[in-house]
Ligand binder design. Structure first.
Ligand code: FAD
Length: 324
């Protein structure tokens, strides 16, 4: 068997690997029926000049009048664009991710393992006894645009890119992956200074998750911090608009008061999230720079900066965003 080169096992840290569909089911199962509509793509947003309500335009021409809009529409967010945030920047890297099912059990220990050999890397995290999640980061090439559209091409190009360097069981894992789970994505990020200076809300519109703070996956906290956003945002909104109004005011006055409360909740949310996201995106940004830099002086300087700012590599995982 070929040697896997540098192998890092994060055995002492707790890792939880979730399938996106399971996470979505867990979240949606707790919502009243008909709360969610699938298959609706937001294409634009504008404000009703009379009421200042948002009007969300969907791809099929439908318009939704909304008192509150929270854009969780990912890295190419229409809402972030509407707020005037800059388009997320591209890294010269991409990552292939997939799941492989082993009907008779995979035999891997329950830990996150990252291997590096020559210029390629491979990460593995078991989800349960039979399912394994793996990823292969690599340099982005113009052909990847075409490859990313076809699962078989993603699989074959990934096998090809690591075939020489990794043991046969790892190659088999990729060859036998679930094609539907495969993705090849160019890595994108919002740099830390844009987090610090960005305007993340306007009136009763705000953003959360990647739409707000997409970061390279180098510290593995993008999805986790999106969930934190949700908890903090729900808490801020609950505090400001949770109680029902006691007085019988005219509807118009009530709408204005509610809008003011939402704005206040959004201000609190952004204030509470900024430092956390700034730290994560700085750590991720510097780690990404370190990986890309080929000059040893530069590498040394970035490493020093990382050690000074983030002396404990795992401290970001111990953050507590509080209760709902
Ligand atoms: C290679 C890689 C590895 C990663 N590893 C980790 C990790 O180990 N741990 C971790 O925590 N995070 C990780 N992440 C980051 C994580 O995947 C993201 O941060 C997370 O998915 C962000 O969630 P989101 O809901 O904000 O955006 P997304 O997951 O992108 O979801 C956005 C949703 O909005 C929908 N949408 C998009 N546009 C529109 C529109 N116009 N109208 C309506 N809907 C729209 C999309 O269909 C999608 O359902 C990784 C990312 C990458 C690329």
């Amino acid at each position: 068997m070929k040697s896997p080169g540098e192998v890092i096992s994060f055995m002492n840290e707790e890792f939880r690997c979730l399938k996106r569909s399971d996470l979505i089911s867990a979240l949606t199962n707790n919502l009243p029926l008909d709360t969610i509509r699938f298959g609706c793509q937001t294409v634009a947003l504008n404000l009703d000049p009379q009421t200042s309500h948002s009007i969300v335009h969907l791809h099929d021409g439908t318009m939704i009048k909304a008192e509150v809009v929270i854009g969780c529409d990912g890295v190419n967010s229409v809402l972030a664009d509407w707020l005037g945030l800059k388009t997320a920047r591209q890294l010269p890297l991409c990552a292939v991710r997939g799941f492989t099912n082993y009907p008779n059990g995979h035999g891997f220990s329950n830990e996150f393992v990252r291997m590096r050999r020559n210029h390629s890397a491979l990460g593995i995290t078991p989800v349960d006894d039979k399912l394994v999640h793996w990823y292969v980061p690599r340099l982005w090439t113009p052909q990847d645009l075409r490859i990313s559209k076809e699962a078989k091409l993603i699989r074959d190009s990934t096998v090809e890119s690591i075939r020489e360097d990794y043991p046969a069981d790892m190659i088999e894992m990729i060859r036998n992956c679930d094609l539907e789970s495969l993705s090849l994505q160019r890595l994108r990020y919002r740099p830390p200074w844009e987090i610090l200076l960005g305007n993340f809300s306007k009136g009763t519109v705000t953003v959360a998750g990647d739409a707000m703070h997409v970061m390279g996956p180098f510290v593995g906290q993008g999805g986790s911090s999106a969930l934190e956003d949700a908890v903090v945002l729900a808490r801020c909104l609950g505090r400001e608009i949770g109680g029902s109004s006691s007085s019988k005011r005219e509807e118009e006055v009530e709408v204005i008061i509610q809008a003011k409360r939402v704005r206040k909740a959004f201000d609190q949310y952004i204030k509470e999230r900024t430092m956390r996201i700034l730290r994560l995106s700085t750590e991720s940004y510097l780690t990404g720079l370190l990986m890309q830099s080929s000059f040893s002086v530069m590498k040394f300087m970035i490493l020093m900066l990382l050690l000074i700012l983030f002396p404990n590599f795992f401290s970001h995982t111990r953050y507590d965003c509080g209760l709902l």
